[in-house]
Ligand binder design. Structure first.
Ligand SMILES: Cc1cc2nc3c(=O)[nH]c(=O)nc-3n(C[C@H](O)[C@H](O)[C@H](O)COP(=O)(O)OP(=O)(O)OC[C@H]3O[C@@H](n4cnc5c(N)ncnc54)[C@H](O)[C@@H]3O)c2cc1C
Length: 383
């Protein structure tokens, strides 16, 4: 019999990865007799994130999808490609719906306890989570608590993906609501990597997001001026801003997962689940959670899950190339979308391509730059 403060699993943080893990556990009868505690410091009610991701199959999250698209476009100042995403669909979920829906499932699940409290520390040796409301013990602790101040990135490349997005409503019909703008690099690159990302919810309503991949962030004014100018260039001047979102996502190959043990396992951004080359995390989390569930059900030790596959190395070199790109970073993305079937690129980002497909992708970009970055890594013995 497990005592009051003892659990089979404790999930630290009820953000994207903590809730996705909880949702998968709730939906699998295998875990019915497991006692689970999820701890979160904030009241998760706000619509603070617009989660976008692509999927080729139906998933648990489909009932939460606000809108999905079958077409996408990629642009730069000289090139424009609109394409059918099939077999993928690009799906969008509002975080407020995500938090409330899964939160409700947790509150109804008899094997789950939700604790609204601040986690002060995690004592791995004694498998203890210390909170403002007491201490809790567990055989396995999953943690999504991310503190970049504590990470020594050193030899691992780090770029910041940062953005401000406006959800606007226009007076006139201004958007093609069948098609997302995945990346529009036609904006001034200002010696960095800058693009617009657009999710049109209807012909009059869209999320328009100004995004940078860079070492340092910019002022809120600068993002917002760029959005305003971009809309003006498209003759969109009569609109109301309904909502704003602001974000900062680390793009790094730092091996957060190397400190995972059988009893302490990092999840989400804290576990290195943010795709280093894109910042996308949701899809990666879904895939990684499938793996965790599989390991738990088979009684396999979690420490044996290996996240350092060949795609990790590709991302490492890709990030190095972007960091050294001196304003030419957008060209790498343009080459990828110009010289390949875009579906192959989405498959590649999903880490589902074959070696042959990967080779053809590498040959479609300026391979010399990539080889130089690889050589630099090898000569520094830092791969
Ligand atoms: C604005 C924004 C938009 C994004 N859009 C996308 C997107 O479209 N597609 C995509 O794939 N990714 C997106 N991301 C990236 C990524 O999916 C999100 O950051 C996602 O929330 C990461 O999930 P996580 O579980 O790692 O972290 P979080 O969702 O941040 O969850 C961590 C949780 O831990 C809690 N916590 C932290 N410290 C403590 C403590 N001491 N005690 C108790 N609780 C604590 C936090 O309050 C938080 O709820 C976006 C990120 C941002 C910021």
């Amino acid at each position: 019999m497990i005592s009051k403060n003892k659990y089979d699993y404790i999930i630290c943080g009820a953000g994207a990865s903590g809730l996705l893990l909880s949702y998968s556990i709730i939906n699998d009868d295998f875990f019915n007799d497991k006692k689970i505690l999820i701890i979160e410091k904030d009241k998760k009610i706000q619509n603070d994130k617009t989660f976008g991701f692509w999927e080729s199959k139906e998933s648990l999250l489909d009932e939460l999808v606000f809108k999905e698209w079958e077409y996408a476009e990629f642009k730069d100042s000289k090139f424009h490609n609109s394409f059918l995403l099939k077999p993928f669909k690009y799906k969008m979920i509002k975080s407020s719906k995500f938090y409330s829906h899964i939160g409700e499932k947790i509150s109804k699940a008899s094997n789950f306890t939700y604790l609204n409290s601040n986690i002060k520390s995690i004592d791995q040796e004694n498998k203890l989570v210390k909170t403002d409301n007491g201490e809790f013990q567990s055989s396995i602790i999953f943690s999504s608590i991310y503190d970049d101040q504590k990470v020594k990135f050193k030899k691992y490349p780090l770029l910041k993906q940062h953005f401000i997005g406006w959800t606007i409503e226009t007076k006139n019909e201004s958007f093609d609501d069948n098609k997302i703008t995945f990346m529009d690099f036609s904006v001034d690159q200002k010696n960095e990597i800058r693009f617009m990302y657009i999710l049109p919810f209807s012909k009059n309503k869209a999320l328009v997001e100004y995004t940078l991949f860079s070492k340092s962030i910019i002022s809120d004014n600068e993002y917002e001026n760029e959005i305003q100018n971009y809309l003006k260039e498209k003759n969109i001047t009569d609109y109301t801003i309904l909502d704003k979102e602001k974000g900062l996502i680390p793009m790094t190959c730092y091996p957060f997962f190397q400190k995972n043990t059988d009893n302490y396992f990092k999840i989400g951004t804290a576990g290195g689940w943010t795709k280093p080359s894109t910042g996308y995390t949701v899809k990666n989390s879904i895939d990684k959670i499938d793996l965790i569930i599989n390991y738990l059900k088979k009684g396999k030790p979690l420490s044996k899950i290996n996240f350092k596959n060949r795609f990790w190395y590709y991302d490492l070199i890709f990030l190095d190339v972007l960091i050294d790109s001196k304003g030419e970073g957008s060209k790498v993305f343009s080459d990828l979308f110009k010289n390949n079937d875009p579906i192959k690129i989405f498959k590649f980002l999903d880490e589902k391509t074959s070696l042959g497909e990967e080779l053809s992708i590498f040959l479609s970009v300026n391979i010399i730059t990539f080889v130089k970055s690889l050589m630099k890594r090898i000569s520094n013995l830092s791969i």
